[in-house]
Design a protein around this ligand. Structure first.
Ligand code: ATR
Length: 280
């Protein structure tokens, strides 16, 4: 629809920002719900992040998403940061409140769980989880699973000290296992999540032996290009439920859209197809 002078404004700050699928995704929901609003790609250099965020209330923005490389830095720049975002160490969604304060949260943990529950019968009490990788995505997934009540969360990472550091800061159910032991760690797992970049288009393959994994365990790959990774294909071939990574990207966008534009959006097959069209 044509924007009026009262249009609600939001966007995504990144550097670079051109690869972000968020404008396409939010744009779909804006037109679907006929919202008088816009969601813009905002190319903000790292050195300009503080000034750009402070300008949001002055420009009348209701908030923004943050993508690489701004998510970690934004934790210090917000006036208020949600508890999960603090533990994840990254803010991906900012809402400008009624007092023009910047309220930061992290919707990746929400998106991960919403997608997993939407696309499979997984339950937190089904058994142990194994995470491959110890980067930012792994941190959000580990916090999500830990908050959901999963009793054992094993993290295997090529660089062992990153997995150990995650286990130390998150504590509780989270523990590190050696990268070399990743295949053995799958015995009695109820959930396997790949948060590494292995298996992504242009990246090396993920080497993993699924033999020990119970066939009812859910296998989730955070990678969504390609949508059907070799890991998901191997999981499906032996009868495991397989969940792709696109759903997490779509679900993590829901809380921000609702806060900025006042409509609760849904993840539908048509939305998946539309966003996939932008990836190919
Ligand atoms: P993100 O924040 O998106 O999770 P990241 O911090 O760059 O991204 O993390 C990428 C993950 O993929 C890391 O766990 C990385 O392992 P290291 O911590 O050892 O770097 C993992 N990864 C990338 N390439 C890999 C490879 N060739 N073999 C094993 N793990 C790899």
């Amino acid at each position: 629809m044509t924007l009026t002078g009262k249009a609600r404004l939001a966007g995504v700050m990144g550097w670079p920002v051109a690869h972000s699928q968020s404008p396409r995704l939010h744009g779909y929901w804006l037109s679907q719900h006929d919202v008088d609003g816009a969601y813009l790609p905002l190319a903000v250099q790292p050195d300009d992040l503080a000034v750009a965020l402070r300008a949001l209330p002055a420009l009348g923005f209701r908030g923004v998403n943050l993508t690489l490389p701004h998510k970690e830095r934004a934790v210090e720049l917000c006036d208020e940061v949600s508890e999960p975002a603090r533990r994840i160490g990254a803010v991906n969604t900012i809402v400008v409140d009624a007092d023009n304060r910047l309220v930061g949260s992290n919707t990746d943990a929400f998106g991960f769980l919403a997608n997993l529950r939407d696309a499979s019968d997984w339950r937190a009490d089904a058994g142990p989880a194994v995470l491959l990788g110890a980067g930012g995505a792994s941190r959000a997934v580990a916090v999500a699973l830990s908050d959901a009540g999963v009793e054992s969360i094993a993290i295997a990472n090529r660089t062992a000290r990153r997995a150990e550091a995650l286990a130390e800061t998150l504590g509780g159910a989270v523990h590190a296992v050696p990268w070399a032991a990743r295949s053995d760690a799958l015995a009695d797992a109820a959930l396997l999540v790949n948060t590494t970049t292995l298996g992504m288009r242009g990246q090396p393959p993920l080497e993993l032996d699924l033999d020990a994994l119970p066939t009812q365990a859910v296998v989730n790959d955070i990678v969504y290009a390609p949508l059907e990774t070799p890991l998901l294909a191997a999981a499906r071939a032996r009868g495991n439920p397989a969940v792709d990574g696109l759903g997490m990207l779509l679900h993590q966008a829901r809380p921000g859209f609702e806060a900025w534009f006042g409509v609760r959006p849904e993840v539908t097959p048509a939305l998946r197809d539309f966003v996939l069209g932008g990836l190919n």
